[in-house]
Design a protein around this ligand. Sequence first.
Ligand code: NAD
Length: 434
Amino acid sequence: MKIVMVGTGYVGLVSGLCFAEFGYETVCIDKNQSRLNSIISGKSPFYEPGLDNLLDKHINSTKRLILSSDLAKEIKKADVIFITVGTPSRRLDDEADLSSIFDVVKEIAVNISKYSVIVTKSTVPVGTTRKIKEIILGQISQDQFDVVANPEFLREGSAINDFMRPDRVVIGTDSKKSEKIMKEVYRPLYLLDTPIVSTTIETAEIIKYASNSFLATKISFINEVADLCEVVGADVQDVAKAMGLDKRIGSKFLNSGPGFGGSCFPKDVKAFFATAKKLGVDLSIVNSVNESNQKRPLKIASRISQYYRNDLKNTTLTILGLSFKPNTDDIRDSTSLIIARKLLEKGVRLKSYDPQAMHNVKNEMNEILICKNAYEACEQSSGLIIATEWNEFRALDLRRVKSLLVRPVIFDLHNIYNPSEISILGIEYFGIGK
Ligand code: NAD
């Protein structure tokens, strides 16, 4: 089995390495040569736990992973071609920008030389995979290829484990031949009793958007409940805990905070709504989730500002955690950065530290003063905002933090500390939904 991955981002590189781990010869293609050079030298272009070890193993030892920029050459030999390029939000209409997908497809269409299965692993709106089939049919006959929708569910920060031990694998196709090949690709997981959901192309595409939108809905729901808790003096963490004990609800994705960010949920929620709208279906719940989530970090920034009586000019504040969640350096649509931008607009001097994302922040926001660690970021600051719940922020030496701050106040946006333990130290504490 010869596998080609097109796009070496979080999904393409992780999946490609995991396929190499399964034992398949895998070629990872990217048009970004500096990204390829970094990978070839054994250094992942982004932070993902465990990735550098797998790179070393499969580039240098097994040699089952090959990196290339020559899509035309590599697809000629491929049995299965996975498309894993980005599908970001289109600013104008919130739909998914599929230009990278179609660039790749056009190149595939003119270069295929033997039967291959062409797989959309990128998150694509319903109808996309069938459109891909039409484009390719313009160049070659149906017996030379099949298309499959095989959405990916891995999470940044635990991507390798998620790929190797997924809750399910979804295979959407209308051809028995390609279904058989896809089941063969995932056979190592099948042996671990991973559920394989075989379905139609359209169903597979919708499964991905419906799953992400549902998880996003849980987050926005508990965030709105948190607002109510604050007004009446209830505790959202206890509410969420008791709700989560109900097996019909479940405890995951019920942690209130500054809203969801990242490269997937915000764009997928918007694209799900926009796609349905174009098809004459009003996914009003999904739209409300998007609207609620967009307001969320702005509301939090405004609450922080109100604490300082909206007089923040030349006030120094500390923000810990800028990646959109812990264990990644990805800052795409990070709520921490949205809050940071709002505070900067109000004249705040912002000191910051993140365990992995500082190099990305430097490129995007040079107004933030980047510090070597959490304590340096707290020096001479009038307040500490814990914006991303990295483990290393869960066990700060709070006495030291207090001694460094000129005004001892903590805004704990993920409720990682116990308010009473902080108050005993003489630090003012603001959590979420308490
Ligand atoms: P990414 O932005 O990290 O990587 C995309 C890669 O594709 C880049 O390296 C880029 O250079 C390359 N690329 C773009 N156009 C190309 C072309 N024409 N030829 C070759 N390479 C090209 O993207 P990602 O985060 O890995 O996401 C990829 C897809 O997977 C998206 O649709 C996303 O929604 C979906 N997804 C992402 C995650 C995640 O956690 N990041 C999880 C599940 C699904």
